[in-house]
Design a protein around this ligand. Structure first.
Ligand code: NAP
Ligand code: COA
Length: 274
């Protein structure tokens, strides 16, 4: 499938781009003509994604790293920069999620999610900064509705993603004067993803999720990819420091309603497991 956007000769890095939504975003940039690099922990997933992007016609590369390891991330990003030059587009979307009530969540469990989502985002921003095109670079952080909607069994994710959106806003102030734009995209419930599997684990809950979206459909990876393409394009050159839900209107009410039902289910499961 071709693209309405033209990212020929642009260097795009998608951290956490080896599965799900972020991989879909990487594919969108590949189809728009960009050179695309991806990074995540699993060598197998990195290799498979590089092959996928090459099949889509892109020049592609990848590196393995855990976003909790600032040095490994820095080394990987420097490698991409040495090969291709300044980074035009940076997508940061590595994240971890599991449903857990605070009563059943250890300090390390809370910390694992905060370290991946929030500290990981900080590491990505910090390591990429000297390698970004100035002026001209565009950064998109992949956030979640948990950033602004409290949800049962999601205290760790809510805390972490709220921080991600605040980093977005702070860096829009700090880096805007150098011509770097940064925005957050907030996906709604996106079909066939790990996030959905973990939070809507049965066909009944998937159907409830679909029903809870005003547009009465789940999102597609392409919906998030399209928004990232737009945000990284010239057409979005005055958009900076925003948090944009791409969720069919889900965060206007349906998300909270569904998360309350999920919360009840996890409470019952937790009680039954005791
Ligand atoms: P996913 O397929 O599990 O994607 C997560 C990606 O991040 C994978 O490439 C994973 O690869 C990488 N990753 C995870 N931990 C990492 C770490 N410590 N260091 C480096 N890379 C790491 O999940 P998804 O559901 O598509 O979610 C993608 C993004 O969308 C996340 O930011 C999530 O919060 C957000 N989101 C998803 C939904 C949804 O409906 N799915 C809704 C709202 C927001 P490795 O395993 O190889 O590390
Ligand atoms: N309920 C409660 N605690 C949990 C848990 C759950 N379902 N899953 C993990 N934890 C806790 C662990 O028990 C551990 O705490 P402890 O040391 O006190 O026992 C802590 O979280 C870290 O677990 P560990 O498995 O060592 O973490 P990891 O760094 O290997 O993996 C995760 C990170 C847990 C976030 C893992 O689910 C992951 O890699 N996720 C990436 C994919 C993903 O979540 N995709 C969806 C994105 S929306």
């Amino acid at each position: 499938m071709s693209s309405q956007f033209d990212f020929k000769n642009k260097n795009v890095v998608v951290v956490g781009g080896t599965s799900g939504i972020n991989q879909g975003v990487a594919e969108c940039f590949a189809r728009a003509g960009a050179r695309v690099a991806v990074a995540s922990r699993s060598e197998e997933k990195v290799t498979a994604t590089v092959e996928l992007l090459e099949k889509a016609g892109a020049q592609a590369q990848g590196f393995c790293c855990d976003v909790r390891d600032a040095e490994a991330l820095e080394k990987g990003l420097k490698g991409v920069h040495e090969a291709w030059g300044d980074i035009d587009v940076l997508i940061s979307g590595a994240a971890g999620n599991f449903p857990a009530l605070v009563d059943g969540l250890s300090s390390n469990g809370f910390k694992a999610v905060v370290d991946i989502d929030l500290v990981g985002t900080f590491h990505v921003m910090k390591a990429a900064y000297p390698l970004l095109r100035k002026p001209g670079a565009s950064i998109v952080n992949i956030s979640a509705p948990q950033a602004f909607l409290p949800m049962v069994a999601q205290a760790h994710v809510c805390s972490a993603k709220a921080g991600v959106d605040m980093i977005t806003r702070c860096l829009a102030l700090e880096w805007g004067p150098e011509g770097i734009r940064i925005n957050s995209v907030v996906p709604g419930p996106i079909e066939e993803t790990e996030g959905m599997k973990r939070l809507a684990p049965t066909p009944e809950f998937i159907e409830k999720a679909r029903e809870s979206v005003p547009l009465k459909r789940l999102g597609k990876k392409q919906d998030i990819g399209n928004t990232c393409l737009f945000l990284a394009s010239e057409q979005a050159s005055y958009i900076n420091g925003t948090v944009i839900p791409v969720d069919g209107g889900w965060s206007l009410g349906g998300a909270s309603e569904l998360s309350n039902q999920l919360g009840e289910m996890f409470k019952q499961l937790t009680k039954a497991g005791r």
